[in-house]
Design a protein around this ligand. Structure first.
Ligand code: GCU
Length: 660
């Protein structure tokens, strides 16, 4: 039986799957062949498109009919997720070995639109480069007194949890799964990595609620994962210890995990934040993080599950007076010595940068430094430090730079991420899914880059535009490119300069506060004084962090003369008069970029205003309103940063602009 397409609740934006995106398929004759549960999903999609646009869909019909499109489960060799696509003699044929592959093949045809049915097309084979393409939701079941329903969530409440339990009506979750499948995402962790008391119980007596969510996501090929507390045996099991080498602890995890699989047979596995920012972990028992990860890996192994063990482990009670401790070093210091000790189904999940999702960071030196460990790279789609979905900041170019970076090992980051690509989700119960309607582009881009890390981000953005705004005239797609393409660099310009990071308001992290984190315990300092600014992370004089990279990066980062401008203050403390490769002094660069950043936001906002006749009014109004806030906030950043550095340095702006 074809599975009905989820019905969007009234007022919810269809994002990149508006009905019109299916016009080319819906007006034609399609044959679907094969049996697997996801084939019913494919059938439901095509049937709905045909109902709308007058085409026909047949199931398992004979060859030789005059079909425009054939979607068939067939020959092996393409894996569960791959598909081939060819057009010959007036028929476009998508073949897959598994149901997921057929679903991805269908969405490929949706993306091609009318082009899928023109002329001839040589056979192409599509397979995801990474087997795991996952979103981590930092959603709390119960509203947390400080963090709210969704930690670092800027898109309303949780899609999964409401009022202390799983949402009763999961139609919207089904629709979410559909959007994710259309960009290639195949796994979702449904709760926050900071596992509070209520959420800890999802693992045991509340697993039924997780099973309901898993049931809603499954028809779109998405497996469900759960964040768990390392202290669960103590908190939930009443054991006296959570020591990973204790027999009773191991038995407890084995039994609990067996019950999880009884409830959710295709359960993906656990996500763990241990010994990090107050979460419990193996250090309490004098054990290593490999011991901790392997405990859970052993419990999951009989069922084919995976533990995602996060490498975000650092001292968050640092003394700012202590210049020897460097937070950036922490992940490499902790995990490189454990390389080779992790079980085969333990994945080390590493944030892409060594600090914490700043607008500019170098690639984490841990990536490429643990060749005998399965590694997943974690990005942040939720815009915690990049404007919190009130600012337009399309992260495609940043992520693409990260994924194409070649650590000393020679392979790119995208190739090194054998354990998958993960992003902290930016979606919530907001009618536009992501708060800022243009932040949908980040979610879509993440999925497509996880499928193909070497894809051109601008090309991916073009896909998003074509799907989201079907039939967009050139003026609209050019306008969208104009406001999105360079938005990350614009954001970088008006915020913390030259890779130094933070300078945000403590706690919520929105808006400027230059010294907000300067004397805090979090290890986030810029060390500005009257002579200069930046963190000396060189081997020769500083914290030695630059030496965690292999060559050529360690050498390049070691000296201010060779360090790339955009990372200069991440790696070096330099005088304000230091001349950048651009030919400008650091202080003049700070002034110029901050004036430019604000002008660029003002210009983007003007471009957006000019698109009013081409964008649905509700969406246009939401973005226009948010541009007002972005412009206000960008001015605040400009004025605080410029005034701060003028007061410290006493160096006037060479162009005599107003600095307060
Ligand atoms: C950041 C963020 C926290 C989050 C943490 C993590 O520090 O501010 O809210 O818990 O990252 O990734 O675990």
């Amino acid at each position: 039986m074809p599975l009905p397409v989820p019905v969007l609740p009234e007022g919810v934006d269809p994002a990149w799957l508006p009905p019109a995106a299916f016009r080319a398929i819906g007006g034609r004759r399609t044959l679907i062949r094969g049996s697997a549960s996801l084939v019913e999903t494919v059938h439901g999609e095509v049937a709905e498109a045909c109902r709308r646009f007058g085409g026909r869909v047949e199931r398992d019909g004979p060859d030789g009919g005059a079909y425009d499109l054939v979607l068939a489960l067939g020959a092996g060799g393409l894996g569960d997720e791959g598909f081939s696509c060819v057009r010959e003699g007036g028929t476009t044929t998508v073949t897959a070995s598994g149901g997921r592959g057929l679903l991805y093949g269908l969405f490929h045809v949706v993306r091609l639109g009318a082009d899928a049915f023109r002329g001839e097309r040589a056979r192409e084979i599509h397979r995801p480069a990474l087997a795991l393409r996952m979103l981590d939701h930092w959603d709390n079941v119960a509203v947390h007194p400080v963090m709210g329903q969704v930690e670092r969530g800027y898109a309303g409440g949780s899609l999964f949890w409401d009022d202390g339990r799983a949402r009763g009506d999961l139609e919207r979750v089904r629709a979410y799964g559909r959007l994710l499948a259309a960009c290639g995402i195949n796994a979702v962790a449904v709760n926050n990595v900071n596992v509070h008391a209520t959420e800890a119980r999802l693992l045991t007596d509340r697993i039924g609620e997780v099973a309901e969510i898993a049931g809603a996501l499954r028809p779109y090929g998405i497996r469900t994962h759960l964040s768990v507390s390392f202290a669960a045996p103590v908190v939930l099991g009443r054991l006296s210890t959570a020591d990973p080498l204790d027999g009773a602890v191991r038995d407890w995890w084995a039994q609990v995990t067996r019950r999880v699989y009884e409830a959710i047979p295709d359960f993906g596995g656990y996500v763990v934040k241990a010994d990090s920012e107050g979460q419990p972990g193996p250090f309490a028992y004098g054990r290593s993080h490999a011991d901790g990860a392997n405990l859970l890996a052993a419990a999951l192994e009989p069922f084919g599950g995976t533990v995602h063990w996060r490498a975000f482990v650092y001292d968050h009670h640092q003394d700012w007076r202590d210049r020897t401790t460097d937070r950036a070093r922490a992940a490499h210091d902790h995990f490189v010595p454990l390389d080779g000790e992790f079980a085969a189904n333990a994945v080390l999940q590493v944030k892409h940068g060594p600090m914490d999702f700043q607008a500019r960071e170098p690639v984490s030196p841990l990536i490429g430094a643990v060749p005998r460990t399965r590694l997943a790279v974690e990005l942040q789609a939720t815009q915690e430090y990049t404007g919190q979905q009130r600012h337009v900041c399309w992260l495609g170019p940043m992520w693409s730079e990260v994924l194409r970076f070649r650590p000393a090992s020679g392979a790119t980051v995208g190739e090194t991420a054998r354990g998958g690509l993960v992003a902290v989700s930016n979606a919530g119960a907001d009618p536009f899914w992501t708060g800022h309607p243009l932040a949908q582009a980040n979610l879509y881009t993440f999925g497509r880059l996880a499928w193909r890390p070497d894809a051109g981000p601008r090309e991916v953005l073009g896909e998003w535009i074509a799907l989201t705004f079907p039939g967009a005239p050139a003026r609209l797609s050019e306008g969208l490119h104009a406001v999105l393409d360079g938005s990350w660099r614009t954001y970088e310009k008006y915020t913390a300069p030259l890779g130094v990071g933070f300078m945000v308001q403590p706690g919520h992290h929105y808006g400027p506060s230059v010294d907000g984190y300067e004397y805090s315990p979090w290890g986030t300092y810029h060390f500005a004084d009257r002579d200069g600014v930046g963190v000396d992370r060189s081997v020769a004089r500083g914290t030695g962090y630059a030496g965690q990279y292999g060559k050529p990066w360690s050498e390049l980062y070691e000296s201010p003369g060779t360090c790339p401008d955009e990372l200069l203050l991440f790696f070096h403390h330099v005088p304000y008069g230091h001349v950048l490769k651009s030919g400008k002094t650091v202080i003049q660069h700070i002034y110029d970029t901050h004036f430019e950043g604000v002008e660029e936001v003002a210009e983007a906002s003007r471009v957006w205003t000019g698109l009013a006749d081409l964008v649905e009014p509700g969406r246009h109004a939401r973005v226009a309103e948010l541009y007002e806030e972005q412009l206000r906030c960008a001015r605040e950043w400009r004025d605080q940063i410029n005034s701060y550095f003028f007061r410290k340095s006493g160096v006037p702006d060479a162009r005599g602009r107003r600095i307060h």
